[in-house]
Ligand binder design. Sequence first.
Ligand SMILES: Nc1ncnc2c1ncn2[C@@H]1O[C@H](COP(=O)(O)OP(=O)(O)OP(=O)(O)O)[C@@H](O)[C@H]1O
Ligand SMILES: [Zn+2]
Length: 658
Amino acid sequence: MRQSGRYTHANAILGLEMCARLAKTKVLLVGAGGIGCELLKNVVLTGFGHITLLDLDTIDLSNLNRQFLFKKKDIKQSKAMVAAQTAGAFNPNVHIYPIHANIKEPQFDIEWFRGFDIVLNALDNLDARRHVNKMCMAAGIPLVESGTAGYLGQVQPLWKDRTECFDCVPKPTPKSFPVCTIRSTPSQPIHCIVWAKSYLLPQLFGEDEDGGAELDEAEKRGENAQEIATLRKEALAYKTVRKALRSVETTDDAAKTAFQKVFHTDILNLLSMADMWRSRTAPIPLDFDAVENGTFVINEATKSSGSASGSSSGKFLANGHVIANGATSTSNGTNVGLKDQRALSLQDNLSLFVASTNRLAARLRAGEETISFDKDDDDTLDFVTTASNLRSAAYHIERKTRWEVKEMAGNIIPAIATTNAIISGLIVLQALHLLRRSFSALKNVHLQFKPAVPLSTVNLCPPNPKCGICRDTYTTFSCDPARVTLGEVVDGILGDGDGEDGGTGKREVSVFEDRRLLCDPDWDDNLDRTLESLNVTRGKFLTIVDEDGEWGTIAVALSVLPANHPADGPTLIFPSPLPKPPYTPRRVTLTPAPSRKRSAPDDEIIESEPSPKRPKTNGTSTLPDIGSPSKKRRLEEDGVVMLSNSSDKMDDDVIEID
Ligand SMILES: Nc1ncnc2c1ncn2[C@@H]1O[C@H](COP(=O)(O)OP(=O)(O)OP(=O)(O)O)[C@@H](O)[C@H]1O
Ligand SMILES: [Zn+2]
């Protein structure tokens, strides 16, 4: 009786049959943040019976203004766990399965995705969105994608072969800066912030990358030898600083060593390249002692943009933490306002740089292997604020307050709870259309900043025939990657081409894992290697590309053998039938045409003209232009475009806001 009361409205609106179906529906909700909390409440109250909620993060104080399933007492707890606990109480008839993990982990493979009827994204980054899109396209599971930014929002239903996918339309890179602007010639505060966040912080506290391979490549390309030699020296010196930061004996001096290297020696080295400064204002090397005792003279233009300029004594707690947030004023009363919005003098920046470097170094010595930027991690925010301000001072650029740096480095766009609530409602409506297979009702919905017409809908587009994600033919195979070679897999997937089940037959192909080329028709060295030795493991895809461009691309996902697989059973299980992607023969018309009369069909012959071969690459590691992939990815995430050679051109300081 209680149950029917709870569902009276739902039954009336959705119909009894749909409500009964929803009780059995398995939904995956990815992300338990601003949209995720609203959405979880909606799916629980609508009566989706089985809800898997996944989020990698823990609750932060800054989430509480809009992520209403969390309370202050929950800070530092898993978002997925707490959200499931709170929302579970809203409807005892539904089951919520929380998972505290990254959706990109290998156990969340195609098989796992196939266990759901629908997937709902409530994510905040392109990388995770693209991953879920690919998994849903591969598994053939409908997905509702969503996003909000301030007053704006969007909901997009996606289903393989019926609608375009998330990757059918290339997404603009949010911001772009040439790498040399970041590394050598910054001219705006954002250049220094990106440098501190994506270059200096990882160099000192991230994974150990000496960049040697990158410089070797640059040398081979014939880039400026003097600059390469300077960068090599720079890289070597980073090693010494990294060591000092990790060693117990040198701990007191480590921050000063880092300062000297980065703000003094490196700048002196750059100054030695006179050409660079012919048409630019040259930076000035900073002097630690002079800055510390207040005798360092600095150009007026480089003072801070905060609520007041000038010197104020930094107020640091005994543990080295700056007093963040909360109103405060300096002794002379000129610097009133929120602490984070207070202008930091050069001296303040230096002492906070030393304090935050020491705190981060202490974390490394306490066992943290690497530390990366998180706007809610005070230590990394203090470090990035002060390192970028010190660099700005050296380059005569305006300095920023901690508040401003947080906003810029964290790419913060104000989050509005009402926008999230509206978008979450629309996600459920689109999800219901997908579950009902009401394709004509599906719409892309936009929430716009037009009070008279807040919502607009756009009809769905068909898949982009050129899309590299949803136009692939997906399949899965199971194997023990330690005992199966790349050649066996490729041969097995292509099959002998006989009959319905026999695949496409042997042909010339290139095989990739993500952006790594593993083999091509001219380069078969890896075919005898095991998948494990090529780092092709569970959840990864092998992409088989036809050399002649006639067969569609096959994307094969690697699954593990079933738990009950007999020890003496086969080490490789292929799908049945084997995949048969679309075949488009290349038609070449014989010229000249014999006459102006209608051509007989025989005039068109099918010819498999070999396409020009790709240049051979150096082993399995990466395609040559990728350089140091993790470093490049990090920079790219911040919109830094790596120019692969000196002839690449790019407008200086291109900033595109998405
Ligand atoms: N790869 C991923 N796997 C699982 N969860 C993810 C992944 N990437 C992002 N998320 C989660 O998606 C949610 C997005 O929510 P939201 O946009 O509100 O961000 P937030 O981190 O909660 O808030 P803010 O960024 O504004 O501080 C976050 O909880 C985040 O942890
Ligand atoms: Zn697509």
